[in-house]
Write a protein that binds this ligand. Structure first.
Ligand SMILES: *Cc1c(COP(=O)(O)O)cnc(C)c1O
Length: 399
């Protein structure tokens, strides 16, 4: 690559931002210590931090995010699938890892052999894990998920007694140790939604039944990023922070300013600049028409690279510190922006989104423009874009 080469379109991830965010969240959740629950928090044991790195680290690169999070004090890493857990182990991570989504017939052997905590939702899953543990000749680490109102995965209230009884039997028989019991909130981004308190109450009841069955889990957990930040009573022994670890706001309009820093920047190289006459319409379907002579810039990135097509005519980019609105619909490989009469040279950097330090929009701005949540913006961006991982605190280690 020549020193003057500009990539067509790239994602840049700053690990220093990830470390900063993980440290900030960790300091926040260990600072206060609510004890209003019947299953009171063991005195003096700090709330543990799980950094959730599923979906390739929310699009940031799982292995490098995982390393940065561990450095910043993440006690646990969280992933959805067994494959993701295995990828973490292959990348050299040896610490506590929890995964929570499997299908019938899943191969648990590797997870058991490498001390990955697997999650069971049902008696059937526990039976499968017991068979795998028998096969491997080694006890699994199993967490149980109870559904407390999301109505997604997990054991419902009717099945919970059978699940905890089966779990206890497997423990006595040496198939596993039940290391955790957990659930997931439906509405943590709306702090005063009564669903939050309701789910906490049902979680308490589920914990009590598990204790009666003889289970003594190491960790009980309920909170994702929004609840970890906004709801101290939901922190229990461990919080599972995904989106906030990447510097993105889990509950826009509710989250206090914690100084989290977005770790991802998406940028492209301006391909072409041209002026069109008044009356010219732009892009497929002619959804935008110039009312005066207009200088347009061609940005070589589109929905096949993960930009939301629905943000056409709504999103903005920044070129040389100036906001430029997208004109017309976003195409598969390219989009058109209004340069407001400026004529930046082709080859100029176009900031699609980033931390916002140079006048650029944020991923959250794109989420608003596309009528979605920021999670979808960062997990879908990619396509043909390259991803470069940097470390602004350690430039010599840039990978
Ligand atoms: C993805 C996920 C999280 C992380 O949620 P954030 O809102 O990104 O913090 C936590 N727990 C479970 C079960 C998840 O699936």
């Amino acid at each position: 690559m020549s020193p003057h080469h500009h990539p067509r379109a790239e994602i840049v991830v700053d690990l220093a931002a990830i470390r900063h965010n993980v440290r900030t969240l960790r300091a926040l959740v260990t600072a206060e210590h609510p004890t209003e629950h019947p299953t009171e928090h063991p005195a003096g044991r700090p709330v543990q931090m799980m950094t959730v790195v599923k979906a390739d680290g929310y699009g940031h690169g799982m292995a490098s995010v995982a390393r940065a999070a561990r450095e910043a004090g993440a006690d646990w890493l969280g992933v959805a699938t067994l494959d993701e857990a295995q990828t973490l182990r292959e990348s050299g991570d040896t610490g506590p890892v929890l995964c929570w989504l499997s299908v019938p017939g899943e191969d648990y052997d590797e997870a058991i052999a490498t001390d990955v905590d697997v999650t069971a939702y049902s008696v059937e899953e526990l039976d499968e894990i017991a068979a795998a543990s028998e096969q491997v000749g080694y006890p699994a680490r199993v967490q149980l998920k109870v559904d407390t109102g999301l109505s997604r995965g997990g054991a419902g209230a009717a099945d919970w007694p059978a699940v905890v009884a089966r779990a206890r039997r497997g423990e006595v028989e040496g198939h596993w140790r039940v290391t955790g019991i957990w659930s997931h909130l439906s509405s943590s981004d709306v702090p005063d939604d009564p669903a939050n308190a309701n789910q906490e109450k049902l979680f308490e009841e589920a914990l009590a039944l598990a204790a009666e069955a003889g289970l003594r889990p190491e960790v009980r957990h309920l909170a994702n990023s929004a609840a970890a930040i906004l709801r101290p009573s939901a922190r229990y022994d461990l919080v599972r922070c995904g989106i906030a670890s990447y510097g993105l706001d889990p509950a826009p309009g509710h989250t206090p300013d914690l100084g989290l820093v977005p770790a991802m920047t998406a940028r492209a190289t301006l391909a072409m600049v041209r002026t069109v006459e008044a009356g010219s319409s732009v892009s497929y379907g002619h959804t935008w028409t110039a009312t005066a002579p207009t200088t347009l810039g061609l940005v070589p990135v589109g929905y096949a690279d993960g930009l939301p097509r629905s943000a056409g005519n709504r999103a903005e980019v920044a070129i040389a510190g100036r906001r430029c609105p997208v004109r017309g619909v976003i195409c598969m490989d390219q989009l058109v922006v209004d340069l407001h009469g400026d004529t930046p040279p082709p080859g100029s950097t176009v900031l699609l989104f980033g931390p916002g330090h140079d006048g650029e929009p944020t991923a959250q701005d794109w989420a608003v423009a596309a009528d979605t949540i920021v999670y979808e913006i960062v997990t879908r961006i990619g396509g043909r874009m390259t991803r470069t991982v940097i470390d602004s605190e350690r430039p010599e280690e840039t990978r």
